[in-house]
Write a protein that binds this ligand. Structure first.
Ligand code: SAM
Length: 283
């Protein structure tokens, strides 16, 4: 019989299964368990604490939508901080923007990056870019100690809000991010499934607004291998409307993408009715 890896999502009462050829690696780090599989149809698969992180086949959806919407929303992004993102896929997309002069990636767990270098070399292809630096500490501490007004964009590419990532989904953390952003700066955070985790999205919108982000908007996108297959990222602007973006720059982008383009960006900002209703009254 074919071996399988199954992520069971108790909250949603669902599961997602891959046919696997082999388990390539498994270890317990001080922070989490990491497993790598070779699947039959989706290439390699990384799993952290039993949750699917990424596959070779579909990670472009998530990594492009965590990076290009926020970068084309900012007027002139130069200094970018990524919290989490240890697989380096988001950083690779950020570095495609010529205006960017510095990207600091802060992941709590160095092992995620070292295993990505070994098993997902394509995602790590830009790690030696002179604009990039990798740091392995808790993002909550990093942002507390950050120089005020030192970043244009902060991207929170974390695991789910349990374990080490829990504190990344809180108002005190958002306030520290606000302080670390320049005027016109933008935070973006992976905000889980609109179908399964509306309570997380609702709290994120409320807490970002309470932390003085004047404009908050969510982009929606497919993410085949995450629970429900539908995912989101939420942006907060420091004195900047995050519903408008540099559309002509996005249309004329100088680099290749597989999912993101100017029309996808516009469509991703459209709000489903149930979402609009749940957020009504927050403003
Ligand atoms: N795309 C993924 C998803 O949504 O399932 C996230 C990928 S990335 C591998 C998530 C990273 O967040 C992990 O490498 C983990 O070590 C990191 N992380 C979790 N909590 C963190 C924290 N407090 N500070 C910095 N990194 C953290």
């Amino acid at each position: 019989m074919q071996d399988s890896f199954i992520e069971r999502n108790k909250e949603g009462g669902i599961g997602f299964s891959f046919d696997v050829k082999a388990k390539l690696h498994a270890e317990q780090t001080p922070y989490q368990s990491i497993e790598i599989y070779e699947t039959t149809k989706f290439g390699r698969l990384m799993v952290i604490d039993g949750c699917i992180m990424l596959t070779d086949r579909d990670n472009f959806l998530y990594h492009e939508m965590m990076s290009h919407p926020v970068l084309f929303t900012h007027d002139a992004p130069k200094d970018v901080l990524i919290i989490g993102g240890g697989d380096c896929g988001t950083m690779k997309e950020v570095l495609k923007h010529d205006s960017v002069t510095r990207v600091e990636q802060v992941d709590i767990d160095e092992r995620v990056t070292r295993l990505s270098e070994e098993y997902f070399p394509d995602l790590c292809a830009s790690n030696d870019d002179p604009r990039a630096s990798l740091h392995f500490v808790d993002g909550i501490k990093w942002i507390k100690d950050a120089t005020p007004e030192s970043y244009d964009i902060i991207i929170i590419d974390s695991t789910d809000p349990v374990g080490p990532a829990e504190g990344l989904f809180t108002a005190p953390f958002y306030r520290d991010c606000y302080r670390a952003l320049r005027k016109g700066g933008i935070i973006v955070q992976q905000s889980e499934s609109p179908l399964l985790h509306m309570y997380i999205l609702e709290a994120m919108h409320r807490d970002l607004k309470a932390s003085d982000f004047s404009s908050v908007a969510t982009v929606f996108f497919p993410q085949t291998v995450y629970p429900s297959g539908w995912w989101s990222a939420t942006m907060g602007g420091k004195g900047r409307n995050v519903r408008s973006y540099r559309e002509s720059d996005a249309r004329g982008k100088s680099f290749a993408t597989r999912y993101y383009n100017a029309d996808i960006h516009r469509g991703a900002l459209a709000m489903p009715e149930f979402f609009r209703e749940r957020l009504a009254g927050q403003d």
